[in-house]
Design a protein around this ligand. Structure first.
Ligand code: KG4
Ligand code: ZN
Length: 338
């Protein structure tokens, strides 16, 4: 049996809509996807303004839905299930996606399914041409989360470790803000870091030798602030060095803890997902370390690392396929911001 799933993502500052088709036991296939990023709109404020985000999702979601249907030559009537991001995320933003999904579902007489945003990220590497096989260790690194997980199959996730304070993406974003690099900080900081010396400043590697798989990044941000203050009027000329040193500290901790998770679980495969998975240094260092140990690393395609609708449609398709969840016609669009 084949199912066409429409996926809607609206948890933060990207509106994403996608169609994924699932047939039998095969890995579901991405049919079309469209994305609108609000980055430019929020840039003036140095971060995401929730109210503006919600209003923009309202403006974008139906035109994007039309775009994916047109691109794929399908109509709304062909859609079997409407999936949406149930959380975590900004409450108002989530309600837009959930409301639209439920309205579409109700008007078409088709069921809806709420997806956990992080499960979307986690399963996003299955959208690539060379999808991973279960089981694997997952490094989930987004703006709000940093987690290591053991993933045995769809829905069978064991948390191995996570951040006890800031997420890796937050460490990038907050350090970038301290350096006056604007929003979103991750890509800006890593761009500047290319011109700097990663060994220029000695920054802490929090919890590197803690013996567990937890992370902590709040102290790093403080160290960057202290260093920036110390540099004073010389900050400008040393900015690239400080950016490179910050990135090196974050990446080293992520890579070493991932290796430790592999060692502890005995697994030979890693999946990296979430916005920070787009970071070039992280990819280089993880690839090199894993190659030495004959471990395969899977990433989502670069443009699917950050938030998008394809990962939501994919997670819904895989959950349905695995019998982990059923789509519902109750249209109770309860969102879970936290
Ligand atoms: O997964 P995502 O799009 O949204 C959340 O669910 O949080 O992740 C966004 C995060 C932001 O913190 C952003 O700065 C970071 O991913 N990010 C990066 C890069 N691209 C995005 N961090 C480091 N290097 C990048 N190239
Ligand atoms: Zn995300």
């Amino acid at each position: 049996m084949s199912l066409l799933i429409l996926g809607i993502e609206s948890s933060c500052d990207e509106t994403g809509v996608a169609l994924v088709e699932s047939s039998g036991d095969a890995v579901p296939r991405l049919v079309a996807h469209a994305l609108h990023s609000q980055i430019e709109m929020h840039q003036a404020y140095g971060g995401v303004v929730p109210e503006l985000a919600s209003r923009d999702h309202i403006r974008r979601v139906l035109p994007l839905t039309e775009a994916v249907l047109t691109e794929s030559g399908r109509s709304l009537r062909d859609v079997d299930v409407v999936a949406f991001t149930r959380g975590p995320g900004l409450a108002g933003a989530l309600l837009v996606g959930a409301g639209v999904a439920c309205a579409l579902g109700a008007s078409l007489g088709k069921p809806v399914l709420g997806v956990h945003h992080l499960e979307g990220h986690l399963l996003s590497p299955f959208l690539s041409a060379d999808p991973p096989e279960f089981p694997f260790v997952a490094l989930l690194v987004s703006g709000g989360h940093t987690q290591l997980m053991r993933v045995d199959s769809v829905g069978h996730y064991e948390l191995l470790g996570e951040t006890i304070d800031d997420a890796a993406g937050e460490a990038f974003d907050k350090s970038a803000k301290l350096l006056g690099l604007g929003y979103p900080g991750g890509p800006a900081l890593s761009r500047l870091a290319q011109q700097g010396d990663p060994a220029a400043f000695k920054l802490p590697r929090p919890l590197l030798h803690s013996g567990d798989l937890d992370f902590s990044f709040a102290g790093l941000k403080t160290a960057v602030l202290t260093q920036a203050k110390k540099l004073g009027e010389h900050l400008e000329e040393r900015k690239a060095d400080l950016a490179a040193s910050t990135q090196a500290a974050i990446v080293e901790v992520l890579v070493k803890k991932t290796l430790k998770a592999l060692q502890e679980t005995g697994l030979r495969r890693v999946v990296v997902a979430g916005g920070v998975g787009a970071n070039r240094l992280l990819r280089e260092q993880l690839d090199a370390a894993c190659a030495r140990q004959h471990v395969r690393v899977h990433y989502p395609e670069l443009h699917l690392c950050t938030d998008n609708g394809a990962m939501i449609a994919m997670a819904a398709a895989m959950r349905l396929q695995a019998g982990r969840q059923q789509a519902s016609t109750e249209y109770a669009f309860d969102v879970k911001p936290r």
